[in-house]
Design a binder for this molecule. Structure first.
Ligand code: FAD
Length: 454
């Protein structure tokens, strides 16, 4: 790995998951890093973020491995989930294993734990400084200057950097500043569904109340519940539903009636009182998807993670893709010897289309999770994919595996799936023609033997 001769001053806006990871990578290459985080230090003050659990897969793991953190997170803390466990209304269960050929899993990790590990890791580098309660309120991108509000003293300070990294999440101030510049395109979409976080307590004998090796899903077509295992044997769940549905759950009784009808098994596990307390403690949250281009401005500014490509959470790739951004950035630092005038445009060129692709896939997967997983056609396709993957593992890789268990470019994951669809369609047509031909054979034989065709 090339350590730079000339140190650059890097200002990272946002000390969340992607910002703190980026800090480690820049510091490893010998740059001087300052991270400005709006919140208080989560290592000393309590904070509840947007979701408690996250599913970590290969793209995220590779980034963590590169800074020596994969083992800490996976071996000591992550909980392997080997498949989906589908809960039908009548209480029956159906397991859909993610990868029955190679046994790959995704891992449930706590957002807070992950962020703490990353902040600690960043802080270990001598040239990294962390600044909490610092909200970046404006930026002069041409000069690489930031205006920062100290939320404790309510004073404004300014700082200057060679490179500004906007890792300040879906509602990024840095992206907003870039949007004032020419040729910056950006679109945002709120879906009409929101979510509320809920909790399944520890089961009997201090064990998990359901299998601790699965991501649990209660698909109900228009809406769904999911739950991920925690290492204290509880589960963190989310109900995702149209706001029109959530708005109807105004009183405890309405909520309980809804759960009795839709998720009776889960209601048993959560308990009526706890469900009511947890549900009404907080308001349903919104879900946003953001696509923009370019990701850089000149040689002074780059946005990464949710700031560049926030997505709905249904492919569990927001953080993973954000971590992969940093892997790509690091590859480019190696290739261009930390010359940011070359690195930043290349990053845009290599990443935008891919990130747009995973935003689209994430939208698609909501329909798959809440509806398609229960359909026979979906299950038939899963079986076919698994069969072909087992026969020709390097040629036939199902979509879910390319996204979660490989570093294939997201755009290529979609192209690969389209190619598979085409092959299967052709096989289906050939089969239909063959069946028709076999059915017609006796008729043709009668005609030809009687000489009718001549
Ligand atoms: P954030 O985590 O949002 O961090 C941004 C940081 O910047 C925050 O700490 C914020 O305080 C700070 N900040 C904001 N503005 C400023 C400012 N002006 N000045 C200074 N600091 C600022 N992804 C997965 O890969 N797997 C999953 O299973 C998964 N599940 C999810 C479930 C839900 C319900 C949701 C909503 C998301 C999920 N995601 C998942 C997506 C994942 O949470 C995000 O992609 C990830 O948090 C992005 O990290 P980030 O660092 O880019 O942004």
């Amino acid at each position: 790995m090339a350590v730079v001769d000339r140190k650059s001053r890097i200002a990272i806006v946002g000390g969340g998951l992607v910002g703190s990871l980026a800090g480690c990578f820049f510091a490893k290459r010998g740059h001087s890093v300052s991270i400005y985080e709006y919140r208080a230090d989560i290592r000393v003050e309590d904070y509840r973020g947007q979701s408690i659990d996250l599913a970590l897969s290969v793209r995220g793991r590779e980034a963590l491995r590169a800074v020596g953190l994969e083992e800490v997170l996976i071996d000591r803390h992550g909980i392997a989930m080997r498949g989906r466990m589908i809960h039908k209304k009548d209480g029956t269960l159906k397991e859909i294993v993610y990868d029955s050929v190679k046994g790959n899993c995704i891992y449930s990790v706590s957002r807070r734990y992950l962020n703490v590990v990353l902040l600690n890791a960043a802080e270990k580098y001598p040239d990294v400084s962390l600044h909490f309660n610092k909200k970046v309120v404006d930026a002069d991108l041409d000069r690489g200057k930031l205006k920062i509000l100290d939320t404790k003293t309510e004073t404004i300070e300014e700082m200057e950097a060679d490179l500004i990294i906007g890792a300040d999440g879906a509602y990024s101030t840095i992206r907003r500043t870039m949007a004032k510049k020419p040729l910056f395109n950006c679109s945002q979409t709120y879906i009409e569904h929101g979510y509320v976080e809920l909790f399944v307590p520890v089961g009997k004998n201090n064990e998990y109340a359901m299998s601790g090796e699965h991501l649990h899903i209660w698909p109900r077509e228009e809406f769904m519940m999911i739950a991920l295992p925690n290492d204290d044997h509880t589960f963190t769940g989310n109900i995702f539903a149209p706001f029109a549905t959530l708005d109807k759950l105004k009183t405890p009784q309405q909520l309980l009636n809804f759960y009795e009808e839709q998720f009776p098994d889960l209601l048993e596990l959560i308990g009526r009182e706890k469900l009511v307390d947890d549900y009404f403690e907080r308001k349903p949250k919104t879900l946003i998807s953001i696509k923009c281009k370019p990701y850089h401005y000149g040689k002074t500014t780059l946005i990464v993670g949710d700031a560049a490509h926030a997505m709905v959470p249904f492919y569990a790739q927001g953080m993973n893709a954000g971590f992969e951004d940093i892997l790509l950035l690091d590859d480019l630092m190696e290739r261009y010897d930390s010359d940011f005038s070359k690195i930043l445009p290349k990053f845009t060129e290599l990443r935008c289309d891919d990130a747009h692709a995973i935003c689209d896939l994430a939208m698609y997967n909501y329909v798959e999770m809440r509806d398609l997983v229960t359909r026979k056609s979906f299950l038939l396709r899963r079986h076919l994919d698994t069969f072909l993957h087992r026969q020709i593992p390097n040629t036939w890789i199902p979509l879910y595996s390319t996204v979660h268990f490989s570093r294939m470019k997201f755009r290529d994951c979609i192209a690969n799936r389209e190619w598979q669809d085409k092959i299967l369609r052709r096989i289906a047509w050939c089969t239909v023609f063959l069946i028709i031909a076999l059915m017609m054979a006796p008729v043709i034989e009668v005609y030809t033997t009687k000489g009718v065709l001549y």
